[in-house]
Design a protein around this ligand. Structure first.
Ligand code: OAD
Length: 249
């Protein structure tokens, strides 16, 4: 039964909470996941290969075009119930940290604050050479624009083969170590170091909950598993918490 008594009790006690999200939480908004079935003009490409430094070095125009498409697609989506519940949860819990691997900005659009973005944000650009931040709108649909320094412009996201932003991963590790409750939502947990966070939290004593319709590497470590899509699962959790509050008043 989800949510269990234990989970509800931790939330009632306002446990220090960390949430890690992956592409699954945005699936119900219509953003394709990385490892799910693709059904689009880009189906013939593997997103895991396009989102890599090697791909950009070999075919920068193709990678840029793919990101333009993703950006446009994401621009046409709205946050779903899952994003919204997490934003509401943050207002209720004094020590709440949202860590995401998503670059789609949907958590922020739902009202979440201080989101730790481990893999950057697709709405920002930067120069491949000098690192200067570039406004997206400056380039619209132009083919592979260039910086004043001559470097290629790229989305400000983390690719395979690149380091995560230092401050973000350090903060995520620190919070995970001190978490009493860790919710791992909509991630295949196959990409490191993000995938280490739930296990780190669990080893440090946190109660680990997984919300994912499919089994992942985290499942074996989880104290509680909800095999339901994140929108309905988090809606249930929220409704349960509210009915709890009503009882206490
Ligand atoms: P994946 O595409 O690897 O995994 C998505 C997960 O979401 C899977 O485990 C699905 O079972 C689950 N899922 C699908 N629909 C869901 C729903 N409605 N509710 C809840 N879960 C659902 O995406 P990530 O784990 O985010 O990195 O992938 C991690 C990283 O790999 C990404 O940030 C990206 C990618 O390559 C980079 O680009 C560096």
């Amino acid at each position: 039964m989800f949510p269990t008594k234990q989970l509800k009790e931790l939330l009632r006690k306002q446990a220090r909470t960390v949430v890690l999200t992956g592409a699954g939480i945005s699936a119900e908004s219509g953003v394709p996941t990385f490892r799910g079935n693709q059904d689009s003009l880009w189906s013939k490409f593997d997103p895991r290969e396009l989102a890599s430094i090697d791909a950009f070095m070999a075919k920068p125009g193709l990678v840029w075009e793919w990101y333009l498409w993703r950006r446009k697609l994401i621009g046409g989506t709205v946050p779903n119930a899952g994003h919204e519940v997490l934003a509401k949860l943050q207002k209720l819990l004094p020590d709440f940290t949202l860590v995401t691997q998503n670059v789609d900005n949907l958590h922020q659009r739902a009202g979440s604050e201080h989101v730790i973005e481990l893999h950057g944000n697709i709405h920002r650009n930067k120069c491949f050479d000098c690192g200067k931040a570039m406004d997206v709108d400056e380039f619209g649909s132009e083919q592979l624009p260039r910086c004043n320094c001559g470097g290629m412009i790229r989305p400000d996201v983390v690719w395979f083969g690149e380091m995560l932003p230092e401050r973000e991963i350090a903060a995520a590790i620190d919070k995970s170590r001190r978490a009493e409750l860790f919710l791992c939502i909509g991630t295949s947990a196959e990409v490191y170091p993000a995938a280490d966070l739930p296990v780190l939290a669990k080893r440090s004593g946190a109660y680990l909950v997984e919300i994912n319709p499919e089994e992942t590497q985290i499942s074996a470590h989880a104290d509680e598993i909800c095999r339901v899509n994140s929108g309905p699962a988090l809606t249930d959790l929220w409704q349960d918490m509210n009915s709890m509050t009503e009882v206490h008043h």
